[in-house]
Design a protein around this ligand. Sequence first.
Ligand code: IMP
Length: 421
Amino acid sequence: MFTIITGAQFGDEGKGKIVDMLASQYDIVARFQGGDNAGHTVVAEGKTYKLHLIPSGVLFDARLLIGPGTVMNPKILMDEISMLADNGVEVTPTKLGIDAKTSIIMPYHIALDSLRESKRSVKIGTTSRGIGFAYVDKVGRDEVQMADLADKSRLLRKIEEIAPHKEAAIEELGGDPGIARSGLDEYLEIGKKLKPYITDVSKEINLALKQGKNVLAEGAQGTHLDIIHGTQKFVTSSSTVAGSACASLGVGPKKVERVIGVIKAYITRVGEGPLPTEQKNEVGEHLREKGGEFGTTTGRPRRCGWFDLPLAGKSVNLNGYTCMALTKLDVLTGLDILKLCTGYELEGKQLDYPPELSDDVARCKPVYIDLPGWHEDITEAGSFPDIPENARLYVELLEELMGVHIAYVSVGPGRKQTFMK
Ligand code: IMP
């Protein structure tokens, strides 16, 4: 069975938690896009693990794969491997495989990301991890790949070719051109350590599927941050939708059995860009404080707002979800009235689907319906009938309006705080 999980909003939907919950049923968990701009928090046995690169299934027996469509900062990966080892979780080459073609985030990518962002008149609010510039080099065919890191002469040959262009670009943006050749010794040392982890991800996954094994493709960021279909230019630099898992992991689309969308009971966004239902008031404060809505990667406060059905409907289309996981329902507890955005108003017209252009999305005025809230604590609920009637009505209405079954509901960060609906 091949399952894909993606975020249905702007990232931070709680994918890590859902992957962690499902991982015991899978033989392989694979990351297919993004890099350490992602941050997933897994809470298990009283310990909180904040991961950026290693797939969320790390605490189970599943084999973990980092696919060639990702961009990988080797220093961050080494930090994660040692943090996990300190907590008794050994990430050996039997446990983790990294595709030979995975793009490496070099120090110059990180410098260029920050320098370029500082010069933008309209900021994107990137995570400053060098993600966009690593992808630019992949598309521009100037990337450094995992295999290069493990082969000194290959890496040095490539850098010799690439460095003059990076020096010029960094200098033009007012940075230190020395960065273009910096950090190579450290990267080569890491390359030696990571060499045994190198694998052919597509080959491994296809073989596993032929043997009847279960493979879970774990998305990072969220649908509306997709480089093609998202709210450009306020997006990340990779394709975050489900189809990208097939292309990036090298698996045929006919192999896909389940596509799970993870969606919060409200909406958040970190960084710039349109967010029609944003609440810059006490409701936004409630969601941020109760939901712990601060970025895992950057610590930035997330922008918070009411559930946005037009955006959710677009996610259903873009991903073809077969079911959804609704997360953080408990965060809504204590609000007297819940507003649900069922459409937008733009230039006197009513819309039930987001306009294509970001500028237009930014001008949309949300149209809400009011729903009654609840005050009972739901964090101990173990099944759907355990939650108050108003909470059940909210979930059932979302399900009906999105037209996709909500299979899982999460009511807290812990492993036991998710039930099947
Ligand atoms: P980049 O991915 O660092 O280039 O950042 C581009 C945009 O995507 C910024 O608005 C980031 O805040 C956002 N972004 C990137 N990764 C994540 C994520 O994992 N969760 C939420 N937002 C993200």
